[in-house]
Design a protein around this ligand. Structure first.
Ligand SMILES: Cc1ncc(COP(=O)(O)O)c(C=O)c1O
Ligand SMILES: NCC(=O)CCC(=O)O
Length: 420
């Protein structure tokens, strides 16, 4: 049996396209390391190497890996069985908690991924408004379903398929693309298609083109234009939900969306997605209404436990502030070292771009030196630090990233950059 990551990857390539089950994992060069286990701020490879983890499962693990409090709750829960095909109390407990934080907080529907959440939210918006067009922004990533794989960021950009093969043009043309941080581009679209636009979907902070912050007034402008035309505003908070604040980006920027999609953190590291909106809109979803959604694994009992106790741990332990503060210190240390590359950070989301220009939209991000980033990533792995293998992803910090870990990381980043 294969032992090393290199050998395991050879095995994997025989049975998985590209050797992986999600493309970004194959961006780790020369081959992905295989993880044996993970705890706290660290992942441990098959070879026994310890890496400080700034990928954190691509965002869900704001508590770090295998948090003991959550772990014990999951173990207890497993004793009661793990799939019922019938309701279970924990889905109410978690749902009430989420709704108490996330505006407009009327009702929630759980699904199993961020992809399903945005797919359902878009269908809901179309069903509710009886309109057909969707507007998204260049570089935003909302998962891997047809209507959002148009000028998509994340792995779709990393692997050169922002517009994927397999989506018929008849479908793709219902998705109109505006430029992030550019209200004029949005106004132009609305002038032409305004009364046929069901919704605008946006990552309030882009986390799938590296990190890109909204300019002052951008999100407010979005809110105003959608309201003026009677379109719904969907905040895709799959990354930002329970990360920028317990109320997500809505609370952080003081903007109210019409529909919010969640994922990642609310499942505590188990597969999850959710749609939240006011009851009047949510009641369009089956079985109350006629917008279809269903799922064998919706509100999975173990996910509900992991999510519930993750949020409870966050409430009691000041997790968001701790994670944010770690990223802030890392950012400041790098600036103190005179590192001249562009660092974008919002709370515990951060990315380094190899350019001296500001990064305010997807075009800017595509102009940064991707090859240098790849080299940077590879060198950091060799020094025991795992950041995302793609420029078009986000580094995350967690509750477990203490000052020693941050100082160590900053030193290693400095060494790597000096050597480049
Ligand atoms: C903003 C955003 N929306 C949607 C998704 C899709 O989520 P998932 O990978 O769980 O399908 C992601 C992440 O991958 C995301 O970052
Ligand atoms: N930022 C994009 C993701 O988090 C997705 C991870 C994956 O598709 O493996």
């Amino acid at each position: 049996m294969a032992e090393s990551s290199r050998e395991l990857f050879e095995e994997a390539k025989k049975i998985f396209p590209g050797g992986v089950n999600s493309p970004v994992r194959a961006a780790v060069k020369p081959y992905p390391f295989f993880v044996k286990y993970a705890k706290g701020a660290y992942v441990y490879t098959e070879e026994g190497n310890r890496l400080i983890d700034y990928v954190l499962g691509y965002g869900p693990l704001i508590l770090g890996h295998a948090n003991d409090y959550v772990l014990n709750k999951i173990k207890e829960g497993l004793n009661n069985g793990w799939l019922f095909g019938a309701p279970n109390k924990n889905e109410i407990n978690l749902g009430k908690k989420i709704i108490s934080y996330v505006k407009p907080g009327g009702k929630i529907r759980y699904v199993n991924s961020g992809t399903e959440a945005t797919m359902t939210a878009i269908r809901l918006a179309r069903g509710y408004t009886n309109r057909k067009y969707l507007v998204k922004f260049d570089g935003c990533y909302h998962g891997s379903h047809d209507s959002v794989l148009v000028q998509a960021g994340s792995a779709a950009t990393e692997f050169g398929v922002p517009n994927t093969l397999g989506v018929p043009n008849d479908v793709a043309k219902l998705t109109l693309v505006a430029k992030y941080n550019d209200l004029n581009s949005l106004e132009n679209i609305f002038r032409n298609y305004g009364d046929e636009i069901a919704a605008v979907i946006v990552e309030p902070v882009i986390g799938n083109m590296g990190v890109i912050k909204p300019n002052k007034d951008f999100l407010q402008g979005l809110r105003k234009i959608t309201k003026d035309y009677g379109s719904l505003l969907i905040f895709d908070e799959v990354i930002t939900g329970f990360r920028l604040s317990m109320g997500g980006a809505q609370k952080y920027f003081n903007i109210d969306a019409d529909i919010v999609t969640l994922g990642k953190i609310i499942g505590g590291g188990f597969p999850v997605g959710a749609v939240v909106s006011k009851s009047e809109i949510m009641d369009y979803i089956t079985p109350e209404g006629k917008v279809f959604n269903a799922g064998t694994f919706n509100a999975h009992p173990i996910t509900m436990i992991a999510g519930l106790y993750t949020l409870e741990f966050m409430e009691k332990n000041n997790v968001i502030d701790k994670a944010s503060n770690s990223a802030k210190i890392l950012n400041e240390l790098l600036l103190d070292y005179g590192i001249e590359y562009t660092i974008n950070r919002v709370e515990s989301m951060m990315q380094i771009f190899f350019t001296d220009k500001e990064i305010n939209n997807a075009d800017d991000a595509r102009m940064a030196n991707k090859e240098l980033y790849t080299k940077f990533h590879e060198s950091l792995i060799n020094k025991g630090v795992f950041i995302p293998p793609s420029q078009f992803e986000t580094m995350f910090t967690s509750y477990e990233h203490n000052e020693d870990i941050i100082n160590y990381t900053a030193e290693k980043i400095k060494e790597v950059i000096k050597g480049m």
